[in-house]
Design a protein around this ligand. Structure first.
Ligand code: KG4
Ligand code: ZN
Length: 338
């Protein structure tokens, strides 16, 4: 029987709702970037929570209209229950739970990170095992994905997340939050050799990352330049992005080597999360994947950043695997996946 899945994503500053069917067709999908945090230089949790509440009241009825269905036609309800900002998680999950309870339908709590990890299912057939790079504003992790629900963390950042470092560098050269896409655009016209930036953890043999030192180095460059002109900004963006790409390149190669040595037959490399929108990063990862005889897989561009369709997809998969719904699951800002 055709199942309809409804989901809410409110873990950070995107308010998103989606309705999908059990063939993963997206019947409606509305994502509102709150945008009103840019003047504070980052997401203000209290403002985000209030905005989620207001926006959801508007976009939930809109999403039903778009899908041409009534709320009572929905079979499975879901919402992001962590990790993320607790105010937003509470609002999104409480609304989804309340509707599910009122209609006597199941509610599935979903991990945001699993949402990103499985978001490639909207573009490719998922295969196991594969290596996944999860690159967002809050996380930088490498996983071995053995099957749905079996995720082994191989390495992660010890300080800033990769998206966070893009945002901080953007801010240092005068661009509003979030700055990842702006850095990518500026880097296209800059000289990546102009500024020498550090390569943190270069000589460490593990699969962890560190980005905060690069941001500090950029802040010193900005100070020394006194008055930054547009050329300096482009060169900083290009030099920064090139170091980020180098770091990802080294760690991805090491992950392949590590897993191949352990006899894992890796089917492909995936890159997911907001930073997966970056073309230069994808180009480089694609070359590495082909060196190891596989392909790079990433979600469609509109599903790289935070969105509810990826949450609905996990809900569907959990239902297919007969995992139990849980109306009483408490949102957890530090919910982990492993
Ligand atoms: O996955 P996401 O939407 O939210 C979190 O779960 O954190 O990721 C947002 C992050 C932001 O830091 C943003 O600057 C970054 O993704 N980002 C990019 C690009 N587009 C978004 N970073 C680099 N290049 C891009 N094109
Ligand atoms: Zn995310």
């Amino acid at each position: 029987m055709n199942k309809l899945v409804f989901s809410i994503e409110t873990s950070c500053d995107e308010t998103s709702v989606a309705i999908i069917d059990n063939n993963r067709n997206i019947l409606s999908h509305i994502t509102i970037n709150q945008g009103d945090h840019s003047k504070f230089g980052g997401v203000v949790p209290e403002i985000a929570s209030r905005s989620h509440l207001q926006i959801l009241q508007r976009i939930i009825p809109e999403s039903l209209k778009q899908a041409g269905i009534k709320i009572s036609n929905i079979d499975l309800f879901s919402a992001t229950c962590g990790p993320g900002l607790i105010g937003g998680l509470l609002i999104g999950s409480t609304i989804a739970k309340a509707i599910a309870l009122g209609l006597n339908k199941p509610f599935f709590p979903i991990n945001h990170l699993e949402g990103h990890l499985l978001s490639t299912m909207f573009s490719e057939k998922i295969m196991f095992p594969h290596i996944a790079l999860l690159l967002t504003g809050g996380h930088t992790q490498i996983y071995l994905v053995k099957s749905i629900g079996k995720y082994t963390l191989l390495g992660e950042t010890v300080d800033d997340a990769i998206g966070e470092s893009f945002d901080k560098v953007a801010k240092l050269i005068g661009h509003n939050y979030p700055g990842g896409a702006k850095i990518e655009k500026l880097a296209l016209q800059g000289n990546s050799e102009k500024y020498k930036l550090p390569h943190p953890l270069q000589y460490k043999k593990d699969l962890n990352f560190s980005f905060s030192g690069i941001k500090t180095a950029v802040s010193l460059i900005v100070k020394n330049e006194k008055k930054l002109n547009n050329e300096n900004k482009k060169d900083i963006a290009a030099s920064f992005q090139s170091m980020i790409v180098k770091i990802l390149e080294v760690r991805t190669k090491s992950a392949f080597e590590f897993l191949i040595n352990k006899n894992h037959k890796i089917k492909y490399l995936s890159v997911v999360g907001g930073v997966a929108a970056n073309k230069k990063i994808k180009e480089t990862l694609s070359k590495i994947a082909s060196k190891y005889g596989c392909q790079l897989v990433s979600p469609p561009l509109n599903l790289c950043g935070d969105n509810a369709a990826m949450i609905a997809n996990v809900c569907l998969e959990h239902h297919k695997l007969d995992l139990k719904p849980n109306l009483y699951f408490n949102p957890n800002p530090r919910l982990s996946l492993y």
